[in-house]
Design a protein. Structure first.
Length: 331
């Protein structure tokens, strides 16, 4: 944006992406760099091919093919904030370390599937696009061991996991970012065995949660949940898997007395520094808006609205009301 070169890398397109893409495009590499964008704004980045021999390919990749179990090599990716370790025998995630706070969390993550219900005598509803209804509480792992390889550059470190020919995942750490990104690709889901499949990503930890977990409610507030429990009525749980399923719009987390594990949908968390209420089109502060009042004898007079102090944690909306705010945030 300022005419300065920014750090960038060229990374090969994975075989997973090529398989999903089929014949729609033939690019073999992708350009990766971190872009800084202002709120409700844009920046322009110009891309030019280097003419010298010191291209990105010369500093590109450190690729590790799957190692035999006897080698006891622990695949890992890391940046300034986090370190993610994987089991050398299975290729699955086994631990995340917070380097800033010196916290280590044993954590496994894998993909499994439930057999989809086709309905029964008690309830004819089948599992489908908007209905999650397994016919059993048992989940079947897609793979016990996965093929892995790594890509390490100055911009990003990635570990690719191949669970099957229809399920794969990239575990990613960007330089300077305090979060782990998981990008999964699932499908087309095989149905040759005549079984419908509900695919899940399962995270397992040693946190002592007491059966409590927390999810967002339409992205607006966090609600405490308890397994097999409802606050306002006595629950007779007949479907323990579907009965404990909650759609996640932005985030969910589990915690104990020492550690919290949060799963976010795409965006990382941030801190709100300042809040200003604006007019509806967001081009003028509400405290500076004047409202015209018609007076029968004296003509038109302007009355200024007085702004009130905002508490970003408690903003109320009346039915059908729209309010616009300008936030300054820090990641």
């Amino acid at each position: 944006p300022d005419g300065q070169n920014i750090l960038n890398e060229i990374i090969p397109v994975s075989s997973f992406t090529r398989a999903v893409r089929h014949n729609r495009g033939s690019a073999t590499n992708e350009l990766v760099f971190q872009a800084s964008l202002p709120p409700l704004g844009y920046r322009t980045y110009s891309i030019a091919r280097l003419s010298d021999k010191d291209s990105a390919r010369s500093r590109l990749l450190k690729r590790l093919r799957p190692q035999p179990a006897a080698a006891h090599l622990t695949p890992l990716i890391e940046n300034e904030h986090l370190q993610v370790l994987f089991d050398p025998n299975t290729g699955l995630m086994k631990e995340i370390r917070n380097l800033n706070k010196n916290i280590s969390l044993p954590l496994s993550q894998s993909f499994l599937w439930y057999n989809a219900s086709v309905g029964n005598a008690a309830f004819s509803q089948a599992s489908g696009a908007y209905i999650f209804r397994p016919d059993t509480s048992k989940a079947f792992p897609i793979a016990q061991k996965v093929g892995v390889y790594q890509i390490k550059t100055q911009v990003v470190q990635e570990l690719y996991q191949n669970f099957s020919n229809w399920c794969s995942q990239v575990v990613r750490l960007y330089a300077g970012q305090p979060y782990v990104e998981l990008e999964w690709t699932v499908g087309p889901i095989p149905i040759a065995d005549h079984y419908g499949k509900e695919i899940i990503s399962r995270f397992e930890t040693n946190l002592q949660t007491g059966g409590l977990f927390y999810t967002d409610s339409n992205g607006r507030e966090i609600l405490e949940r308890r397994r097999d429990y409802r606050v306002t009525w006595n629950l007779n749980q007949t479907e323990p898997v579907a009965g404990n399923y909650y759609p996640v719009n932005t985030r969910m987390y589990i915690k104990d007395q020492k550690t919290q594990l949060t799963v976010l949908n795409l965006f990382s968390s941030f801190n709100i520094i300042t809040v200003q209420e604006m007019n509806l089109s967001a081009n003028q502060k509400r405290e500076n808006v004047s409202r015209l009042i018609w007076q029968s004898t004296q003509g038109i007079a302007a009355k200024r609205q007085s702004g009130t102090r905002l508490d970003p944690a408690h903003i109320e909306l009346s039915p059908m009301q729209i309010r616009t705010f300008l936030l300054q945030i820090r990641y």
